[in-house]
Design a protein around this ligand. Structure first.
Ligand code: GLP
Length: 240
């Protein structure tokens, strides 16, 4: 695991975007594993800028997102499908049939999880997976206690996660209780992983990751079982 401690959110975003820009320039058919949340927004803005400047194209690239709330339609402003559209896809040239997000409204969610695993396998796996981290150390929506070999599955969200994400909804009651997420085993199959964390609310989770031991109570620590992980954190998240 390589650690990059940066001074600010902006620096983190620039460096994360530079990583993707280089990867896309080397391989225009890159399979990007993408994430939602406030953390990657700056990275997406930098990618949009690079696209507008003609440095990169997403025309031949593919995207698979980590997760989606169960029960929200793709046009719901808090769905992750809507988030990806407004924060990245509407501004770049990736064909719509190259973009994949679990379907939160699928009639059979378990079947949707199986289908999603097939989508990833058919693409030949994820080349570079971008990750944020929850205050309880979750990645995707893999909550504490998730087995490290879990595949894409339906999860019941913890109250800590629902409270953390309530800021995007009108009230806590409106935050969905369940979600579909790539499992920790699915995530760990990405060839390269880039985890971002910014701000003091992530410090406890980053402290747990810094211990260097896989601990199922802190899901992100499963990344110690992977050989190609870069962690980019600002000082506030890194701590002393
Ligand atoms: C959600 C997402 C995660 C994300 C986390 C942190 O729960 N499912 O993928 O990493 O929030 O979000 P933020 O970046 O807004 O702190």
């Amino acid at each position: 695991m390589r650690w990059h401690v940066v001074e600010s959110y902006e620096e983190m975003s620039r460096k994360a975007a530079a990583f993707f820009i280089e990867a896309l320039q080397e391989n225009p058919r890159l399979v990007l594993g993408l994430a939602t949340g406030s953390t990657p927004v700056g990275t997406y803005q930098e990618l949009i800028r690079a696209f507008r400047e003609g440095k990169i194209s997403f025309q031949q690239a593919f995207a698979v997102n980590l997760d989606e709330y169960a029960g929200l339609p793709p046009d719901h402003p808090q769905s992750y499908a809507y988030f990806m559209e407004s924060e990245l896809f509407a501004h770049v040239d990736m064909p719509s049939h190259h973009r994949h997000i679990p379907k939160g409204l699928a009639p059979d969610l378990d079947e949707e999880c199986r289908r999603y695993e097939e989508v990833i396998a058919d693409l030949g796996g994820v080349d570079v997976q971008l990750l944020g981290i929850g205050v309880n150390g979750h990645i995707g929506f893999n909550e504490p206690g998730t087995p490290f070999d879990a595949r894409t599955h339906v999860v019941e969200l913890t109250s800590s996660t629902r409270q953390a994400n309530a800021r995007f909804f009108d009230s806590l009651e409106e935050v969905p209780t369940h979600a579909i997420t790539m499992g920790l085993g699915t995530i760990r199959e990405a060839r390269h992983i880039l985890l971002l964390a910014s701000g003091p609310s992530k410090r406890e989770a980053i402290q747990a990751l810094r211990k260097g031991e896989p601990d199922p109570q802190w899901p992100a620590t499963c990344l110690w079982l992977h050989d190609h992980v870069d962690v980019m954190v600002d000082r506030e998240a890194y701590g002393e």
